[in-house]
Ligand binder design. Structure first.
Ligand code: CA
Length: 231
């Protein structure tokens, strides 16, 4: 499943360039031309990353950024600020407001994509498209392959996505509802115990290589992927 990028930019030519650059690199793109349109798009479906212009017709992009950071649902949403403002003071303000990165216009499409990849690698490795490694575990997202100590492991798509997410954030604990939001998608109404079913299947799949211990239950909190047991 392609990572979703919301492009918030009011200048049609730049919006087109950014959207084209992202979609030709395999990302699913949604567009908004104002803060209000962006808020609506985010309300409808949480994207995986936002490319946010600073100067928008209704409000400043940085105000939307501050709102996103102040809201539980969007606090972790990766945001790249896009702007003509190159002054150091503005860069600092953008990063202080919680931007993950800052791209100054005019920019090259290759630079933008490199920055998108870098932000995904840092914030959401499961969307970077790159191989994820943790201990004996190797996940190749492009080929939908999982190996443990070089041994291929078969699993269903839901288990694959769950493993990819947990491995991308190894050693962090996620609640069932956080896993539902991140793996099955925001606004998808699935019962939380569905997560338990898929965790069970994932452990079974990993057990074929003796690696079921990688998926750990943290009592009262949720699940995590780790090589050493939770204390
Ligand atoms: Ca603008």
């Amino acid at each position: 499943m392609a990572a979703k990028i919301l492009v918030v930019e009011d200048e049609p030519a730049i919006q087109e360039l950014v959207a084209f650059t992202c979609s030709s690199n395999g990302y699913a793109v949604q567009r908004a031309d104002s803060v209000r349109a962006a808020q609506e798009a985010i309300r409808n479906e949480l994207p995986d990353l936002v490319i946010l212009d600073w100067m928008l017709p209704d409000r400043a992009g940085i105000e939307l950024l501050r709102e996103l950071r102040a809201t539980e649902r969007t606090r972790q949403l990766p945001v790249i600020l896009l702007t003509a403002k190159g002054a150091e003071g503005d860069r600092v303000a953008g990063l202080d407001a919680g931007a993950d990165d800052y791209v100054v216009k005019p920019f090259s499409p290759r630079e933008l994509v490199a920055r998108v990849r870098a932000v995904f690698r840092r914030r959401a490795p499961e969307h970077s498209g790159e191989t994820i490694r943790y201990g004996p575990l190797v996940i190749d997202p492009a080929r939908h392959e999982v190996r443990v100590a070089d041994r291929p492991i078969k699993m269903g798509m839901a288990e694959f996505k769950l493993l990819k997410f947990l491995a991308g954030h190894a050693e962090r604990v996620f609640s069932r509802s956080q896993l539902l939001d991140n793996v099955w998608g925001d606004h998808v109404f699935i019962e939380e115990r569905t997560v338990d079913v898929h965790v069970l299947r994932l452990r079974k799949a990993l057990a074929t290589a003796g690696a079921q211990h990688l998926i750990q239950t943290v009592r009262g909190l949720g699940y995590r992927l780790a090589a050493t047991p939770a204390e």
